[in-house]
Ligand binder design. Structure first.
Ligand SMILES: C[S@@+](CC[C@H](N)C(=O)[O-])C[C@H]1O[C@@H](n2cnc3c(N)ncnc32)[C@H](O)[C@@H]1O
Length: 245
């Protein structure tokens, strides 16, 4: 398995996300047009379907919204891992506000997880692959720590496929998002708003959904399913480690 040294994409993500935590939960919801919560519920549903669910890893956990949702819907112990200290400190506040002791926070990289093989009954990750330099190797690493039969599930933005919705999405991400970001969160959120649309488009030019499904398969995940959400603005994927039955 390839192990990378600290790389430019990590520096980029660290700088981007170190400045964002204060209004992240609210603004994340605005930036997804209020759809993010539905998408998260869909992701959590597939994690919850895993049999014998005792320990779950949530990678790129940010302020721990998904980790908290997994914990409350399954009762499993959850490890929330994220690259940036600022996001983890926001996550810590969110856990203590809810008196939540069943989630452990770990600082680390999705590309190089500090856990032995086959540790977790399920692994979730969201909005991660656009920030890593080698998505295929990162998927291998995520699958490595998942036990055979366990579920891998992900959430990511997507470009709506239908022409009308794609044109609307383009207008929203290129014009509305930067403006809304500026008005609600100042310069930092203007930069996020301006960056997000082109970054999503570029990601899918480099790594199409069929490419991504095939990368999941190569990482040892079978029965991979994809579900486009909200006219295709979001994408939830899931599958199980090991050969299809
Ligand atoms: C858009 S946020 C999503 C947070 C959370 N998953 C959610 O849905 O609210 C992306 C998160 O990915 C983290 N991140 C970026 N690159 C990462 C990497 N290589 N390994 C782990 N986390 C990473 C960032 O620090 C940030 O918290």
């Amino acid at each position: 398995m390839t192990r990378e040294p600290d790389s430019a994409p990590n520096r980029f993500a660290t700088e981007l996300f170190d400045g964002l935590p204060t209004k992240y939960d609210l603004l994340g919801n605005i930036l997804s047009l209020g759809q993010d919560r539905r998408w998260r519920r869909e992701l959590v549903k597939h994690i919850s379907d895993t049999s014998a669910l005792g320990l779950v890893l949530d990678v790129a956990t940010g302020p721990a919204g998904i980790a908290l949702a997994i914990r409350s819907s399954t009762g499993a112990q959850v490890v929330g891992l994220d690259l940036t200290a600022a996001m983890l400190s926001r996550a810590k506040e969110n856990l203590s506000k809810r008196n939540e002791n069943g989630i452990v926070l770990v600082q680390g990289r999705g590309e190089q997880l500090p856990f032995p093989d086959d540790t977790f009954d399920a692994v979730s990750f969201s909005y991660l692959l656009r920030y890593v330099s080698d998505p295929a190797a990162t998927l291998e690493e995520l699958a490595r720590v998942l036990r055979p039969g366990g579920t891998l599930a992900s959430l990511e933005f997507h470009v709506p496929p239908a022409p009308w919705w794609q044109a609307s999405w383009w207008f929203y991400t290129r014009i509305v998002l930067p403006t809304a970001g500026w008005l609600s969160g100042g310069k930092e959120w203007f930069e996020v708003g301006r960056f997000l649309g082109p970054n999503i488009s570029q990601h899918y030019r480099n790594y199409s959904v069929p490419w991504t499904v095939s990368a999941w398969n190569k990482a040892g995940i079978s029965g991979v399913k994809t579900k486009l959400m909200s006219v295709g603005g979001g994408l939830v994927m899931w599958g199980a480690k090991g050969s299809a039955t």
